[in-house]
Design a protein around this ligand. Structure first.
Ligand SMILES: N[C@@H](CCC(=O)N[C@@H](CS)C(=O)NCC(=O)O)C(=O)O
Length: 247
């Protein structure tokens, strides 16, 4: 069976500008799920967000959590946390929640909240949209993102406070890498969902100039860079530019 994976359009052989699209594709690579990539926009997605998948019978399913849950529960893919103890499984879910629901919004706020970072994002993401509608689409998307991040709460913090949140996460990752001696973050011989999410978040932050604070911290962390280079080689050997940044 081959799934269709619907994601934002992206330069070839590079990580996605969307963390959640990168997360799902990384899960597919880590588990060997067969898929083809289709480019689309969130307006066409069942829940208005990307990614979503389409099964061979035409059913469309959105949301990384529910997509992975369905694939695992129907025996179409591997549960990457199956080898963990129940307590470790709970930890893995908590780490995923930290990344998906706190670190990802903090990351998006650094991109959309600061005018300097937004200008980078604008150049990278809207350059191919025809002049004239480019400004309108960008303005609409920034306004929507700012409103939803205000609703989430992260946009109510100062830049310094958001950096503290990100810094705390990066410190925790350092401790995790140290405890795992640079191997899989939950220990053992195989990746867990935490490895998938951390790789996806780092790759997604490294591919853009719109989050300089995070990018600089990742690129200054030798242990994390070695870990990311290993994962890139195993999961996305075609990401040559990313590999160049890491080695
Ligand atoms: N809970 C969803 C989140 C997906 C999500 O937030 N996708 C973002 C891109 S990273 C999106 O489509 N944003 C467009 C919008 O909100 O209009 C998942 O796990 O797939």
């Amino acid at each position: 069976m081959s799934l269709k994976l619907y994601v934002f359009d992206n330069p070839p052989n590079a990580p996605s500008h969307s963390y959640f699209c990168q997360k799902l594709e990384t899960y597919f690579r880590a588990t060997g799920v067969k898929y083809t990539v289709e480019h689309t926009l969130p307006f066409s997605a069942p829940k208005g967000k990307l990614p979503f998948v389409e099964f061979p019978d035409g059913e469309k399913l959105p949301d990384t959590f529910f997509i992975i849950r369905r694939l695992v529960s129907t025996g179409q893919s591997e549960d990457l946390d199956a080898h963990l103890t129940p307590a470790q499984r709970a930890d893995s879910v908590a780490w995923q929640g930290w990344i998906d629901d706190r670190i990802y919004p903090a990351t998006v706020w650094t991109r959309f909240g600061s005018d300097t970072n937004w200008n980078e994002m604008y150049k990278e993401s809207f350059g191919s949209v025809p002049f004239g509608i480019r400004q309108a689409v960008a303005w609409y998307m920034r306004r929507g993102a700012k409103a939803s991040l205000w609703g989430h709460g992260i946009a109510r913090h100062s830049e310094k406070e958001v950096e503290e949140i990100l810094q705390g996460f990066l410190k925790a990752i350092d401790m995790k890498l140290d405890a795992a001696h640079g191997g899989w973050l939950m220990g053992g011989e195989a990746p867990s969902m935490l490895d998938v999410c951390l790789f996806a978040w780092c790759a997604n932050c490294l591919v853009t100039a719109s989050n300089p604070f995070i990018k600089e911290k990742i690129l200054k962390n030798g242990t994390l860079k070695v870990w990311l280079a290993k994962r890139t080689g195993e999961w996305f050997p075609e990401y040559e530019t990313l590999m160049g940044m890491l080695t």
